[in-house]
Ligand binder design. Structure first.
Ligand code: ZN
Length: 277
């Protein structure tokens, strides 16, 4: 599942590719992806003649802004966008196509069909689900250390599960939670409430640094990917723990362990990330 850095990279790439384009029509081949409005025809009719004015991001959601509307899109597991010429063949996993007046198209492809789209009048998007009740953006000033401390103090769960909770903060998924906890040298099964003030400070900084670095690297990786393939999406970074079960810790050389925390596969260093009482 794409997390904050991947979605941010997709946002920047798409913005570059479709900003200012005008929608001529919209085709929906799998109506269940459109969660709002309830009638798919209302969705397709509303977007005719609309111009892409901006693309925003809130957590792992993309928000396409047109003259009148805000289209909130979540890619979930496998969703991806491509921008193609209208005469390119369409495969069976393409479920929504935004046809532009210049004979290019924004295509939404999703093998598992878990992705969602909600259409709002601009300004209403933050007051309803799925964007309402989301926590702060970790790369913006609204991510506040004191508020973060208060939230952790109120959680009787392990720190990994708490960091995955999008009402605590947005954008982290399985990859970057493991990476941030490794960087902060905190065991994923520590109770959130048990973290000391200094540990929370280090964790806070680790989250910001891990995500900023990934956004920076992702940007350059995906630009190359787009130029050669004509599409954008997931990219592989060199991670410290994620995907490295059984390999040596880059800090101390100890073998990295994989376990399950809060139902999620979790890789960590048993030496660097010591489980204290
Ligand atoms: Zn280690």
């Amino acid at each position: 599942m794409p997390e904050l850095p991947e979605v941010e990279t997709i946002r920047r790439t798409l913005l570059h590719l479709i900003l200012g384009k005008k929608i001529q029509s919209v085709s929906v081949f799998w109506p269940k992806i459109i969660k709002l409005p309830l009638e798919v025809e209302q969705f397709t009719d509303a977007l005719i003649g609309q111009t892409i004015e901006d693309i925003g991001r809130r957590g792992k959601f993309l928000v396409f802004y047109t003259d009148v509307y805000a289209l909130v899109s979540h890619l979930r597991m496998e969703g991806r966008y491509t921008v193609e010429q209208s005469d390119e063949p369409v495969d069976k996993h393409t479920h929504v196509i935004f046809h532009f007046t210049d004979r290019t198209e924004l295509r939404y492809r999703d093998v598992r069909k878990f992705g969602t789209m909600h259409l709002f009048r601009k300004g209403d998007e933050f007051h309803s689900l799925p964007l309402a009740q989301l926590g702060p953006e970790p790369l913006e000033d609204t991510f506040d250390i004191n508020e973060f401390k208060r939230k952790l103090a109120s959680k009787k769960r392990n720190i990994k599960s708490v960091l995955l909770d999008q009402t605590v903060l947005v954008g982290l998924g399985n990859i970057y939670v493991d990476e941030a906890l490794f960087k902060a040298r905190i065991h994923p099964e520590r109770m959130a409430q048990s973290l000391s003030d200094p540990e929370i400070h280090v964790l806070f900084e680790s989250i910001v640094e891990t995500l900023s670095e990934a956004v920076k690297k992702g940007g350059s990786t995906v630009r190359t990917y787009v130029n050669s393939q004509g599409e954008m999406g997931m990219f592989q970074l060199e991670h410290n723990v994620y995907g490295r079960k059984g390999e040596d810790c880059k800090v101390c050389g100890t073998e990295l362990i994989k376990t399950v925390v809060g139902g999620r596969g979790t890789v960590f260093c048993p030496n660097c990330q010591n489980l204290k009482a």
